[in-house]
Design a protein around this ligand. Structure first.
Ligand code: G4P
Length: 284
């Protein structure tokens, strides 16, 4: 698979993240729960080493629960605080506020001992494209509106004018500008995982090739998902599988030839929407 790499984006992004890091106490890093290794950019460990860190395994509603628990153990063992979430879920604000307070308990205790009544915690959200950063910020901001308090826009010392803060709780503010990290996809397996989940622009990839590689992976790890979803009689090689899926769905070109492009797009879309079941693509 030939995937284009645009280093220019990385420089701009790095500048944005570094410029805003000094404003926050904690960095909330979103990973895709289906690919918690492939969706992690190791650069953030370097950028944010002076900050408290929290990993959210987002889209956990689409991932296999048992595998997600293995990933939680994996990152906990590496000293990360971690929570599996679904950013579209309304309960996320309460769970996140609570965990953030736990992560920041030393700062809170220290400031309270100096006489501060409320200690406000400020956070930044980072993650690769399409991992759910805007959805998360939006859910948290809606939550604060529903609670009757308008979303705060702050004019604080050291804060660039016009910078937007979302008030999640009385003592928890989120920087409304998410840091977009570019994935590291030198490893072909990582590149494939990012492409399957839709983290890369589909226009730079050939759908039929991508879907064929995807079917090969799922035919080995989760054959029943394919048999059930596409009413197939048997698992064959992945090229034939794509043809069978096209024929079963009635995607045909002139002369009764299977429309592989349409079948490929369907398979990828249905996986991304969770219609093949809850599937994790990698284990720790
Ligand atoms: P980004 O800012 O990091 O680039 O990602 P964004 O929030 O735009 O989310 C990308 C897609 O992922 C959106 O779908 C969004 O709805 C979906 N998404 C985000 N978080 C979750 C989650 O926890 N679970 C599930 N199942 N989906 C999630 P979309 O198809 O592009 O848009 P829409 O049709 O849902 O609005």
């Amino acid at each position: 698979m030939n995937i284009q790499w645009y280093p220019g984006h990385m420089t701009k992004t790095k500048r944005m993240i570094l410029a805003n890091l000094s404003l926050v106490d904690i960095v909330i890093e979103l990973l895709d729960a289906r690919i918690p290794y492939s969706s992690k950019n190791p650069d953030i460990d370097e950028f944010a080493k002076s900050k408290k860190r929290l990993i959210l395994l987002n889209k956990s509603d689409l991932a296999d629960e048992h595998t997600t628990n293995l990933w939680k153990d994996y990152y906990k063992a590496r000293d990360f605080h971690i929570l599996a979430v679904n950013s579209k879920d309304g309960k996320i604000a309460a769970n996140l506020s609570e965990l953030v307070r736990t992560v920041m308990k030393d700062k809170i205790a220290q400031q309270k001992s100096r006489g501060r009544l409320t200690v406000s915690i400020r956070a930044m959200v980072v993650g690769i494209p399409n991992v759910g950063k805007s959805t998360l910020i939006n859910s948290l901001s809606l939550m604060s509106k529903r609670g009757g308090k308008p979303t705060a826009t702050a004019d604080r010392p050291g804060v660039t004018r016009g910078k937007q803060w979302v008030k999640v709780a009385n003592d928890f503010d989120l920087l409304d500008t998410p840091g977009v990290l570019w994935p590291k996809f030198e490893d072909p397996n990582v590149a494939e995982n990012l492409a399957f989940t839709g983290a890369l622009n589909d226009n730079i990839l050939d759908n039929v090739t991508l879907a064929t590689i995807f079917l090969e992976r799922i035919a080995t790890s989760r054959p029943q998902s394919l048999l059930d979803r596409y009413k197939l009689d048997e698992i064959t090689d992945s090229q034939k599988l794509l043809e069978s899926i096209a024929m079963k769905r009635g995607f045909k070109l002139k002369g009764n030839i299977p429309n592989l492009e349409r079948a490929a797009i369907t398979v990828l879309d249905e996986f991304r929407a969770g219609l093949l079941g809850r599937i994790s693509l990698e284990k720790p």
